[in-house]
Design a protein around this ligand. Structure first.
Ligand SMILES: Nc1ncnc2c1ncn2[C@@H]1O[C@H](COP(=O)(O)OP(=O)(O)OP(=O)(O)O)[C@@H](O)[C@H]1O
Ligand SMILES: [Mg+2]
Length: 273
């Protein structure tokens, strides 16, 4: 199977990107996939939520390997990659990544530095998930340029729809100018509190609005304090609350994502027939 690179993106903050990256990544690893999670956010939330509470003290992070890629310095393939006990690899990040984003501005092929780096290491993986930062700046453009597809977590709120339009426009621009094969896997509604009428209405409305043009994953990810706790334990929801509804939802999302790949392989082989 070729490596699938999925960017988990939404420029709106706090919508569940990092939580989805952790749990989908560990879900895929549990299904036997070789998975690398890449922290593409200078906040280092993914790094912290996988148990490295002080990312600033890590000797090698995404900014160091991208820096080497930018200046054509020799890089050993596994440099800086950490391993998590639940079966995924992690390329960590810390605040130094924001300095690197600034220096990207003056570099040739600045939108493709992350892609160049991933091309060096992707043969060892079935899935690489990119945890994006909440902005549409140069680092996020790099993730979209490097990705095969984008998965968009959206918190079920009235205000979400407008930001989503902006993100879709950016994806289109990247498609037209840098990465014509970039696909959208779909929208994932997160933190849905089905106990309130409001949330149920909003989630139905978002589904109606977007289902005509995009896949909206089924089921939604429910709201649960157990999910919010996982980051501070450095574990996935499968380890923290395996029987809960959020674990169940992320298990289903994992199956949906695996199904997407099977469908793509099938339509490719149908085309070749
Ligand atoms: N299903 C859920 N139920 C309750 N809380 C959740 C759920 N998913 C995530 N959270 C919490 O919501 C907050 C935001 O989630 P997360 O960090 O995954 O979002 P993000 O989009 O990565 O944020 P940022 O834009 O800052 O990177 C976190 O405190 C997280 O623990
Ligand atoms: Mg995050």
């Amino acid at each position: 199977m070729p490596c699938n690179v999925i960017a988990i993106a939404n420029q709106k903050g706090g919508v569940g990107k990092t939580t989805t990256c952790t749990n989908l990544g560990i879900g895929l690893a549990t299904e036997g996939m070789k998975v690398l999670l890449v922290d593409c956010d200078p906040q280092g939330s993914l790094t912290i939520s996988l148990g490295h509470s002080q990312p600033d003290q890590l000797p090698v992070t995404l900014s160091s390997v991208l820096g080497k890629t930018m200046y054509d310095t020799e890089l050993s393939p596994q440099e800086g990659i950490l391993h998590h006990s639940e079966g995924v690899d992690l390329m960590p990040a810390n605040i130094e990544l924001s300095g690197l984003e600034v220096s990207l501005v003056n570099v040739m092929c600045r939108e493709k530095i992350l892609k160049q780096y991933l091309d060096e290491i992707k043969s060892g993986y079935d899935y690489i998930l990119l945890d994006c930062m909440p902005s549409l700046g140069m680092l996020t453009v790099n993730t979209l340029a490097a990705a095969d597809s984008v998965l968009i977590p959206v918190q079920a709120q009235y205000l979400s729809a407008k930001g989503l339009e902006q993100l879709l426009q950016t994806i289109n621009k990247v498609r037209n100018q840098i990465n014509p094969k970039l696909k959208i896997d779909g929208i994932l509604l997160t933190m849905v509190d089905n106990r309130t009428n409001d949330a149920r209405e909003i989630s139905a409305l978002l589904r109606e609005t977007y289902e005509t043009k995009l896949k909206v994953f089924n089921p939604d990810i429910p709201h649960s304090v157990r999910a919010a706790e996982t980051a501070s334990y450095g574990k996935s929801i499968f380890a923290h609350d395996p029987k809960g509804k959020v674990a169940e939802a992320y298990r289903n999302l994992t199956k949906e994502v695996l199904k997407l790949e099977t469908q793509r392989q099938k339509s490719k082989s149908d085309l070749l027939r």
